[in-house]
Write a protein that binds this ligand. Sequence first.
Ligand code: UD1
Length: 418
Amino acid sequence: MDKILIQGGERLVGEVIVSGSKNATLPIFASSLLAEGENRFHGVPDLKDGKTICEVLKKLGVKIGRGQEGEYLLDGTELVGHEAPYNLVKTMRASILVLGPLVARAKKAIISLPGGCAIGARPVDLHLKGLEKLGAEIQLRHGYIEAKTKGLRGAGIYLDGPTVTGTENLMMAATLAKGETVIENAAAEPEVVELAEVLNKMGAKISGAGSNIIRIKGVKKLTATEHTIIPDRIEAGTFMIAAGVTRGNVHIRNCNLDHMEAVVNKLREAGMEILREDDGVRAIGNKRIKSVDVKTLPYPGFPTDMQAQIMVLMTLAKGLSVLSETIFENRFIHVDELRRMGADIKVERDSAIVNGVKGLSGAPVMATDLRASASLVLAGLAAEGQTEISRVYHLDRGYEKLEEKLARLGAHIRRVKG
Ligand code: UD1
């Protein structure tokens, strides 16, 4: 297994280009199940999770080709299969995104139930209840979700919690349902808005995406489209914090600040300079960070996917900060590893209490999930001495060429093939 070695303490300076959003790519790729013809998607990041969704889609009959760098051609004109198998779904829970479009278009879907995962139970009950409201019959058998319908019908759906992939799944399913669907308490993440835009380009009639009420008027068919994926706001935020923890000065290109208000406000409150520039932002961390409290919330609140990274910033801040995690239980698995690097953190139920220290020290550590891994890289960049991160396949799920990008900013970081 590959490892990442970091010799910490270098100030990061220079320019970095953010890749396309992983969490926008996955539902957009799944939407190819709904349309006839060949879709052309640009700005697609080269990530393990992208490859996994392609494997799932190929099994269902979607033809997938590659164009220029970052360009993917997906043609779902002729669907053949109905099944997303356990061996693929277990490596990526977001494979569940094929359920809604598949049952809408092929009227039948058999999808492995996603198993437990490192950041908590993560059920899919809201996806299933919503599909039942739209007229799908659902059974759970032998570890699989079996869904079938004679034809979906529009309905009113109230989500008990604003689930992101749940909203996306139901929005996709409703595009081909007969009549109008209204999803209340819908997720408002930029990736949901992006998916709605792609579906509308395909001929869907969706309004309200980005608010908590989404209306979808069903249409008879969708046809393929062309689209460029939005920048990854979590990758951009990770680079901002990399500048903060190394007291660096980084020009982050292909970054949409309008999607990042909660993160940018917190970083400014913590004393970082975040300046809007052409095609992105400049992040400067030229003084000791001040402690700030952070609570993760659904969009437009502070994203749970940035909690582990801002925790690293707080380990180096002056004073005490409280980070509350309200989205996922058990999302503090990075804490033990950060402690091994000298961080002073106590966990009490859903809060981590971080007492800032003057410096971290490099150590061998183990990555446990995607964003936890990113936090270990950030800690390694800031730490004195060498950090060796094992199990970096988690990072490859969601960060494109991370070590190359950081090395270009001056980090002493390299991958050792295992
Ligand atoms: C998506 C993102 C992930 C991010 C998360 C929260 C993708 C591919 N992944 O994950 O990176 O961390 O949003 O912003 O976009 N829940 C239920 N029942 C359900 C569905 C969800 O109880 O049927 C709960 C979850 O346990 C969790 C909360 O709702 O507590 C939010 O989860 P959800 O928004 O669904 O996360 P994902 O869509 O899986």
